[in-house]
Write a protein that binds this ligand. Structure first.
Ligand code: G6P
Length: 614
């Protein structure tokens, strides 16, 4: 969702901004723009892709070694050339890009209008730049950082902004509340971006701007950081980026999503590295050990997350209750934050998040923190806001995930949660030594088995061809595979725009069965050992109504093969581990269908990778 990039230093800013905006495309957007400062200020912005902005700007004056850029995901006002960022003050001197929502923009707009300000766009952002101009006019000679800071004290909402001013030409001001910003420190130069992806090719030294902080950068000068509300100077904590540029490239694959699907044997192994040894019979998560007392005393785990991460949370409910016998509640973070939940200091609240920046998850965590619960992050993006605000946590180490539809982050989350369930089960004495050992041995084999599933690609592509024209699809699963049915349906919706629903197989007869006819593909995950007979009955029920059944079964299955139209055989494993294998064919299925339907697999319409507004 909205991407910000900015540069000040000795180099030409425009190529850095464009490259940076391309790196940020994965976040999701519908217009793009840049502002360049070189004596004068020039703003170029376009609805559509960054490439359209490039086309538009190519014969314009692109000089300037200070500039700011933006990809906009529309909230206030439709995606068009006027609402696109950057936005300018009335006198045109101050230019700003913004990610977030200014909640009191209507009140501010009214007051500013009364003072003679006129607005060109429908955005909340334009109000903010006029507010900054107003403060500048009120307090003559105040430095830009102070003008912006004072303006922000009047703002309610979430924001990451960068601001430049023609009258202070080398300086960039950056500030954030809830939305992320990273500052890259180069040689006599600074980079600013929504995440590290546009920065990593220029410098590895970064400062993650803290919540409620404002920074001022100028080449050859020290980075200055203050708090917005208290105006207190902060000492910048410089960190080393652990990210390689190759991780941000497609590496020979047509799409990032396909690359990321294929990376899973490695990313799952990376998630387990150093945390488990079947040979020596242990599993250990640093964060859980650090908070051993809290985990020992916990009466309940509450999981807060969104989207695919919420599906990982549902699997965790099965895992932790089944293996560790600790009650688990899984909540949409967006609901938890507004429903006056009962949370106590005996609870542990787990936030599961790929980006570590999801606004609703952050807000839910804040509530949990205020209520005294231990907050624990299961996050992919290193240094992200959730990772920094939690009391403890575990990174999943999947590497940057660029495709909007989450794949390797999901299996990383499920792997990590499986390790957590095993570790808690062992500590709580709720698992037999034999079963514990068996699961350790089996989970270590998962990367190899995922590799085996990849070999089914051609068969899955064929099935994709058979169902690519469907308007609807139903995904059914039971137990550990019910959340996989939800996730399979979500993957299909997200990238191929086919309406799909995931359902617990037995619930089908309470509604979705009415939809089944010969045009309805029904994907059934039938690898369960415990409910196998019951799932056969569900498949029979679909077939009796002429539905087309695509069944994910365990290698060597005989019964379902007799009745399903297509069977995809995945390797056998212990039941709690099946989600890690059964999800892979569903990822590939939706990928192939989306490609066949000529959809933009990596950047599906309207979706954002990092949802930084509520
Ligand atoms: C967006 C993404 C999803 C993701 C969800 C939660 O909707 O497109 O892929 O699952 O946000 O994001 P998080 O970063 O918190 O896991």
């Amino acid at each position: 969702m909205c991407g910000i990039v900015a540069y000040t230093g000795p180099k030409k800013a425009y190529p850095i901004l464009i490259k940076g905006l391309q790196r940020l495309e994965y976040r999701g957007y519908d217009s793009a723009g840049v502002a360049l400062l070189n004596g004068d200020i020039r703003v170029y912005k376009r609805k559509g892709k960054v490439s359209e902005l490039e086309d538009f700007a190519k014969d314009k004056n692109l000089s300037g070694s200070v500039g700011i850029g933006h990809t906009r995901w529309a909230t206030h006002g439709k995606p068009d050339n006027i609402n696109a960022h950057p936005h300018q003050s009335g006198d045109g001197n101050i230019v700003l890009v913004h990610n977030g929502i200014i909640e009191n923009y209507a009140v501010l707009k009214e007051a500013l209008s009364e003072n003679g300000h006129t607005f060109k766009s429908e955005t909340d952002t334009e109000v903010l730049v006029h507010l900054i101009e107003e403060i500048q006019n009120q307090y003559n000679n105040l430095p830009l950082e102070e003008v912006v800071r004072v303006a922000l004290t009047k703002v309610i909402g979430a924001y990451a902004i960068v601001v430049i001013d023609k009258k202070d030409p080398d300086k960039i001001i950056a500030a954030r509340r809830q939305s992320p910003l990273v500052i890259g420190i180069g040689e006599d130069e600074y980079y600013i971006a929504s995440d590290a992806t546009p920065i990593v090719e220029h410098t590895k030294h970064v400062v993650y701007l803290g919540d409620g902080e404002i920074a001022s950068v100028e080449p050859k000068k020290e980075l200055q950081i203050k708090t917005i509300d208290e105006n207190e100077t902060q000492i910048p904590a410089i960190q080393e980026l652990d990210m390689k540029i190759e991780q941000l490239e497609k590496g020979g694959y047509d799409y990032f999503m396909l690359k990321e699907i294929h990376e899973q044997p490695k990313s799952i192994a990376d998630c387990m590295r150093g945390r488990i040894s079947a040979e020596d019979g242990w599993v250990l998560l640093g964060g859980v050990e650090e908070q051993a007392k809290k985990f020992a005393e916990a009466e309940r785990i509450i999981i807060a997350s969104c989207g695919t991460s919420w599906h990982a949370g549902l699997i965790a409910e099965y895992l932790i209750e089944d293996l560790a016998r600790l009650p688990v509640e899984v909540e949409y973070a967006s609901e938890l934050r507004y429903r006056n939940p009962i949370i106590t200091d005996k609870d542990i609240v787990l936030a599961i998040s790929q980006s570590g920046e999801t606004a609703d998850t952050l807000a839910a965590l804040q509530i949990a923190k205020e209520k005294g619960a231990l907050i624990y992050g299961i996050v992919n993006a290193v240094g992200s806001s959730i990772a920094r605000m939690t009391d403890a946590g575990s990174y999943i180490h999947a590497g940057p995930e660029i495709g909007v539809a989450s794949t390797k982050a999901f299996t990383g989350q499920v792997t990590l949660l499986t390790l957590m369930a095993l570790s808690l089960a062992k500590k709580r004495g709720t698992i037999t030594d034999e079963y514990f050992q068996k699961l350790l041995v089996e989970i270590e084999k998962i990367p190899g088995k995922v590799e085996q599933v990849m070999k089914l690609n051609e068969q899955i592509e064929y099935i994709a061809g058979e169902i690519q024209h469907a308007n609807n699809a139903l995904y059914l699963g039971r137990g550990y595979n019910f959340p996989i049915a939800l996730e399979g349906a979500l993957k299909l919706k997200e990238i191929s725009y086919i309406h799909a629903e995931g359902y617990p197989a037995a619930e089908m007869k309470h509604g979705p069965i009415a939809l089944i006819d010969e045009n309805m593909p029904v994907v059934v995950i039938c690898t369960n050992k415990s409910a196998y007979e019951k799932i056969i009955s569900n498949v029979q029920e679909v077939k009796a109504r002429k539905g087309m059944v695509i069944a994910i079964v365990t290698e060597g299955d005989k019964e379902i093969k007799k009745i399903a139209d297509y069977t995809i055989e995945i390797p056998d494993t212990e039941e709690p581990l099946t989600p890690l294998l059964s999800v892979i064919p569903l990822q590939l299925l939706s990928y192939h269908i989306a490609v066949m339907r000529e959809c933009n697999v990596d950047q599906p319409r309207n979706l954002a990778k990092s949802v930084t507004v509520e």
